[in-house]
Design a protein around this ligand. Structure first.
Ligand code: AGP
Length: 613
């Protein structure tokens, strides 16, 4: 996905746009550009990071109080100057920045070519800019926003766009369908962005556009309607984001900051929900649907990537404690495999961003089938948050590192609270068991602080030993099998080392063939019900000269003598062990990636939220 910004008001637009693009760079960073309206409309585009665009623009005239900008994650056309946004129509009338995919762009492009239109780029966005110009030129009565509406009525796919018109230079037109857009309401000025981070410095009054909304913004007015031309009620929301969350806070990278924030963010996830006396767990966002959840036939939990790993932990928790059948599915599979969904099913969609295209498509499918649809999400005002009938915010704060860390532990915290609350309601655990588990959960932040304080240097030393590995294997059992998957995902997505997470019990069914003295095998092996079995797995690896790095319960002499390297974590109840065991794996991936010179906050080919298929 990409990041879009826009400004219209009294200040110089360039500094606002470029700072906004830097805050959105985690959404896509292979090329960037902006357009400034100052009597004439000037476009600046550059392959590479926003900083390169900034240098390029500063080297030339760049004034104007109206402008739009874009930082790209390439979908159509390789990263290059010519494919960077904004894209201008053939006769220079319309300039557009776009986040999304126009699925029928090839057909539209052919039709426009027959009308004599020519193209300079490979992008679907340039097709849209020419399509808008085509409609605009059909009749003098058609103004800029009407031309945009007509063009969008021909588009199949997702878009979040900001449009400048050379012939109507005092306005910005924005529209969304499937890709988020937020408008900040200032005093005689308006701010446009893909999410609230570039806006919070200027105003906390925002409007989140809904699908098929279109708005015309001048420095004095904000007119919202939908592409069918019917007025839309303006719903002004109040931002609860703090500007301080948008910097690294003294850490070298956002990812490291967010790893170290986890004890605090887990406490934030508890706030108002885990009563100080642990007497009950309050999940206010589920209040009106809790009876339906309590009596559901089945719970289906859906997500992508890290969110899917959290879903797996949710499955284990809910089946063990609430004794309710649970299924977990990748959103990208669920949306197409024709799942059987009943009206007594509860479908929970997990998404940090709340904008992942596959997850939103799964949401719409579950809704169509009549299931109760809930969200676990980290972004207030996101599409998922607004389109589910109920849900729980993870309150992890904005997560800028592309590799998800604090959002994952916040998701698992919510799922743990949810499972315990449901188990109490269904009377499938005793008050005594409930109290033990709630106290174990409440103790996690302090134990997390202990790990961060005591293990970071040792993990860095271990990273030094294994940073040149080509492949790696992550093993875990029970609640720690999804943790092994998550640890492997962290390593591969930021260090580009091939890493595979596996259920440890599955080793003998194939992966053990990989084991030799070049293969680091990371085993999540705290003392729990699987301990003896996982010790056997470690012995099997050692017998084949594999190098074992184990996450062990502090004081575990057996494993400390058996393995090549170990990281100790405080003892905890197995049901909450994922929240502790994942921290060393996050740090291991971070340090290895750094030692390899990788960009840990903006790994190649990735984007923070995949808002396109
Ligand atoms: C996690 O580190 C990845 N960045 C990625 O797998 C991510 O979890 C996935 O794209 C889902 O994103 P979401 O939680 O915002 O829906």
């Amino acid at each position: 996905m990409c990041g879009i910004v826009g400004y219209i008001g009294k200040k110089e637009a360039f500094p606002i746009l470029i700072k906004g693009l830097k805050l959105l760079e985690y959404r896509g960073y292979d090329s960037a550009g902006l357009a400034l309206q100052n009597g004439s409309l000037v476009v600046y585009r550059k392959k590479g990071k926003v900083a390169e665009l900034e240098e390029f623009v500063l080297s030339q005239k760049h004034d104007g109080v109206i402008g739009i900008g874009h930082t790209r994650w390439a979908t159509h056309g390789e990263p290059s100057d010519k494919n960077a946004h904004p894209h201008t129509s053939m006769n220079g009338l319309f300039t557009i920045v776009h986040n999304g995919i126009i699925e029928n762009y090839a057909k539209l492009k052919d039709d426009l070519k027959e009308q004599g239109y020519t193209f300079k780029s490979e992008t679907d966005t340039e097709v849209l800019s020419n399509l808008v110009e085509y409609f605009y030129s059909q009749d003098e009565a058609i103004n800029a926003e009407m031309a945009v509406q007509l063009a969008l009525s021909k588009v199949v796919g997702a878009y979040g766009i900001a449009v400048l018109c050379q012939a109507e230079p005092d306005k910005i037109i924005v529209a969304r369908k499937g890709s988020p857009l937020v408008v900040g309401l200032g005093n005689g000025e308006y701010f446009i962005a893909s999410d609230a981070s570039p806006i919070v410095e200027f105003t906390n009054q925002v409007v989140y556009l809904n699908d098929e909304d279109i708005a015309v913004i001048t420095k004095d007015s904000f007119t919202l309607k939908n592409v069918q031309n019917t007025p839309v009620t303006l719903k002004i929301s109040h931002l609860n984001l703090e500007i301080g969350e948008l910097d690294k806070g003294g850490f070298d990278h956002f990812m490291l900051k967010e790893i170290f924030e986890q004890p605090k963010t887990i406490e934030e996830t508890f706030r108002g929900r885990l009563r100080p006396d642990y007497s009950e767990i309050v999940l206010g966002g589920l209040l009106n649907v809790f009876p339906k959840i309590q009596n559901a036939d089945r719970i289906i939990i859906i997500g992508c990537g890290t969110s899917w790993h959290a879903a797996l932990i949710g499955e284990y928790l809910l089946e063990e404690y609430a004794q309710i059948p649970v299924e977990v599915d990748y959103a990208s599979e669920f949306r197409y495999r024709k799942p059987v969904i009943g009206k007594n099913d509860v479908v929970i969609l997990i998404s940090q961003s709340g904008e992942t295209a596959d997850t939103l498509a799964a949401l719409h499918l579950a809704k169509e089938k009549g299931a109760t649809v809930l969200g676990i999400c980290n972004v207030v005002g996101s599409t998922l948050a607004r389109e589910t009938e109920a849900g729980v915010f993870t309150h992890a704060g904005i997560e800028i590192g592309v590799a998800s860390t604090k959002a994952f532990t916040a998701q698992v915290t919510v799922l743990t609270m949810f499972a315990l609350k449901l188990a109490r309601a269904r009377k499938t655990i005793t008050q005594e068991e409930y109290s033990v588990l709630v106290r174990e959960l409440a103790a996690i932040p302090e134990k997390g602080r202990q790990i961060l304080l005591q293990s970071n240097d040792k993990i860095k030393a271990i990273a030094e030993k294994y940073k040149d590995a080509i492949n790696s294997l992550y093993l875990g059992r029970g609640y720690l099998f999804p943790v092994a998957l998550e640890g492997a995902l962290k390593l591969k997505e930021i260090s580009y080392i091939h890493a595979e997470g596996y259920a440890a019990g599955e080793m003998k069914h194939g992966p053990i063939a990989l084991v030799d003295d070049n293969l680091p095998v990371i085993v999540v092996a705290p003392q729990d019900d699987y301990y003896e079995k996982i010790v056997s797995n470690i012995q099997e690896v050692k017998a084949r000269k594999g190098n074992v790095i184990a996450i062990v319960t502090e004081g575990d002499k057996t494993l400390k003598e058996m393995v090549n390297d170990f990281i100790e974590i405080p003892a905890s109840h197995p049901a909450v062990a994922p929240l502790l065991t994942v921290i060393p794996l996050q740090l291991l991936a971070y340090h290895i990636a750094l030692m390899k010179g990788c960009n840990v906050d903006q790994p190649r080919n990735l984007a923070k939220s995949v808002t396109v298929e």
